[in-house]
Write a protein that binds this ligand. Structure first.
Ligand SMILES: C[S@@+](CC[C@H](N)C(=O)[O-])C[C@H]1O[C@@H](n2cnc3c(N)ncnc32)[C@H](O)[C@@H]1O
Length: 345
């Protein structure tokens, strides 16, 4: 797989039909309002505390953020972001041909009774998993309370910081899942070794995310607006100690934590419907409409809070990056990683 990946990044497109270009070519919804809330303003932001004291939010440059462990996670949690996460759920599934995981769950007559979805977001994966395994208890953990109230009975959500001490029993979970969490943790080694302690013997862990490394099927190093945008975001994230480019390190970290039978699957993820190959084109088609929102979600707090940019500067950069995506001629893609491992019995 590594060779495949490398050659894609450097070779001419025609050798890789899935990445041949197809030569044939979004608006922000506003944030939720606070209800029964008290409001405290600063220059660029205002905090809203709900009357009950539950779910306080901070609003900044038109986006809503969680207040619990404020600043630890720099992406918004408003309705626009919820829509984006649900769309990314569909894309992650499409990349796996509809499957929720690559781990060989249920093989070797291992029962799936306890599942933990770390950083569950809208809970879409946890809900699907609870439906697939009606006899299992699925826990979705997150800093933000953005999960729907209508989850199946065997799916529950908990608001907690996974970087704090865990209250879950050790040797407990038959499956721990972490998706789209690059840039969330200061110390991935610590989080994964904690996962190891809390995985049941014979149980599995799975990481799913893209590598956050921009490539072009043209075989050239991307140097347009998207590359400029991504460099800024990665630099800002790095200076907070929470780097985005972790996917390629997860295999080694899982092995170091003690997991065995570590398996890596990589899938190309085109940033637009430019490939000729129908499956790849469909992934790009699903991805393109949400990219403008994704650009803003990743950049807004990081570039304003960390690099001191103005909201207007951020929006201009996002606009330029969106234009490059709409143009499609840069043939940009990233690589999705699905990495799973087993705790020895
Ligand atoms: C990009 S979203 C991914 C959501 C979900 N896993 C998915 O794939 O749709 C990242 C989520 O991780 C959560 N998160 C970030 N840091 C966290 C932490 N320390 N503890 C718990 N959740 C965290 C965020 O609140 C956010 O909902």
């Amino acid at each position: 797989m590594a060779d495949f990946h490398q050659s894609i990044a450097s070779g001419p497109t025609s050798q890789f039909p899935a990445l041949d270009i197809d030569t044939s070519p979004h608006d922000y919804s506003d944030v939720d309002s606070g209800f029964g809330a008290s409001i405290a303003r600063t220059e660029n932001s205002y905090a809203v505390t709900m009357g009950s004291g539950i779910c306080p939010y901070v609003y900044e440059n038109g986006r809503r953020y969680q207040v619990f462990r404020e600043g630890v996670y720099m992406l918004p949690n408003d309705s626009e972001e919820i829509e984006r996460l649900d769309q990314y759920h569909r894309i992650f599934l499409a990349l796996l041909d509809g499957k929720l995981y690559i781990a060989p769950l249920g093989e070797h007559s291992q029962k799936v009774r306890h599942v933990l979805d770390i950083g569950t977001g809208t809970g879409a994966w946890a809900i699907d998993m609870a439906e697939e395994f009606p006899d299992a208890e699925v826990i979705g953990n997150d800093l933000s309370k953005i999960q729907p109230p209508w989850a199946p009975e065997n799916c529950k959500f908990e608001i907690d910081d996974i970087e704090s001490d865990w209250t879950y029993p050790e040797n407990h979970f038959d499956f721990i899942h972490l998706r789209s969490l690059s840039g969330c943790f200061e110390d991935w080694g610590m989080v994964l070794s904690r996962c190891y302690n809390h995985t049941a013997p014979g149980g599995y862990i799975e990481f799913q995310d893209y590598d956050c490394i921009l490539k072009s099927a043209l075989g050239t190093v991307p140097n347009g607006a998207v590359a400029r945008y991504w460099r800024m975001v990665c630099d800002a994230a790095e200076s907070t100690g929470r780097i985005f480019q972790v996917a390629s390190t997860i295999e080694g970290l899982l092995k170091a934590a003690g997991f065995v039978d570590v398996t890596v699957r990589k899938e190309l993820w085109p940033l637009g419907p430019w490939p000729k190959d129908e499956r790849m084109k469909e992934i790009g088609r699903l991805t393109k409409p949400g990219l403008r929102s994704a650009f803003h979600a990743f950049a807004s707090a990081l570039l304003t809070r960390v690099l001191g940019w103005t909201d207007i500067q951020v929006k201009e950069l996002c606009q330029e990056a969106t234009q490059e995506i709409n143009d499609g001629s840069s043939q940009l893609y990233v690589t999705a990683y699905y990495v799973c491992g087993r705790k020895p019995s």
